[in-house]
Design a protein around this ligand. Sequence first.
Ligand code: PSV
Ligand code: MN
Length: 427
Amino acid sequence: MIIDKKSIEQHNEKGQKIHQKKYDSLSSVLSEEGKNVSKILADVAAFQVAIPSWALGTGGTRFGRFPGGGEPSTLEQKIEDVGLLHALNGSSGAISLHIPWDIPTDANKIKSLAASFGLKFDAVNSNTFQDQKDQKHSYKFGSLSNTDKAARKQAIDHNIEVIKHGVNVGSKSLTVWLADGSSFPGQQHFRRAFERTLESLQEIYAALPSDWSIFTEHKAYEPAFYSSVVSDWGSSLLFAQKLGSKASCLVDLGHHLPNANIEQIVSRLMMEGKLGGFHFNDSKYSDDDLTVGSIKPYQLFLIFNELVDGMTSSEVKNPDLGWMIDASHNIKDPLEDLLQSVDAIMLAYAQALIIDRKALETAQQQNDVVTAQEILQNAYRTDVRPLLAEARKTAGVALDPLAFYRDSKVRQQLIKERGEKTIATGL
Ligand code: PSV
Ligand code: MN
């Protein structure tokens, strides 16, 4: 479905008056405080978050799945859906593919379809956590760490195949998340499992094109419930350091043990130039994959505080980061959920951009704990939504993407086009 620019303009006209009032008031306060509003607007407008190809359909739980209507059943339709999001919010200009769920068989066609919506391809993801039909060796006892060399080789080959698909569509990075681990004490020799995984990763690393990166994504538990091979940022960093300069760590917000200080992890990885990217989502209990910012928006803001600090500091050398969402929602319309998630990310970013960094540094230097907290919370409690809306207005997209989506009955149109009973590939 192609969104007609005219209908966005008409919708924007309705909200324009009230937006202008809010924006004028916010921008004059920010300017008064010495903030460079046009720079903030430009930074916000440039920020792009990749949409995962596996989040465009309704996710399930192990208890069941309740598919919604009009789900994209082909990669082409998934790209159309991301194009739709991008046409509405101007901030979803990339897609992250999961192989083999979404194989770009005709890569040139897929590439030009994506380009027609202004989309790029972010990291490609390999899948050695499920057995595929006709697969020779099972991953029941691991993939890159499997004790059986043949199973490891199969998993390595799969990753190399994924790189090839990525090259064909113009992606520049591979994300490797492994379900490898053990569910019972004694099941696995920790050191040997690490070493086997490292050797396998080294083979994959050797197949990376010169301008590519590889991200290792850690996860504390699930599906392995006693130990995971890449269980935490420490293990992920070890792999990345041992692999070399093209390797760095991907932080999925839902992959930590309870109460982990993710913002500090982010800071540490950036300090070492080893932060590669993000999988944004939110959670209450574990890897819930809920809408970004729906449970712990302050944590998200604190993460962005560290990110902006690192990205604007000459002391920190960090490569370009991959900003991706990894969510799977089983009761919301996936497109509405993604609009909310992107919005939450943009909000946290914009709030981090308005932090008075000089004053914060002074407060930290003087051990003025109260002032430091006030500075952070002042930024967090500022309603920066008019800034985001202004950036969207300037980009010619929707002032209020979610309202446009609902008012224009986009889902109903997708159901008309694709049918009520379509099912997207993915989890
Ligand atoms: C695993 O939980 C994970 O976060 C990895 O990124 C996978 O690729 C993705 O979810 C699969 O949904
Ligand atoms: Mn993830």
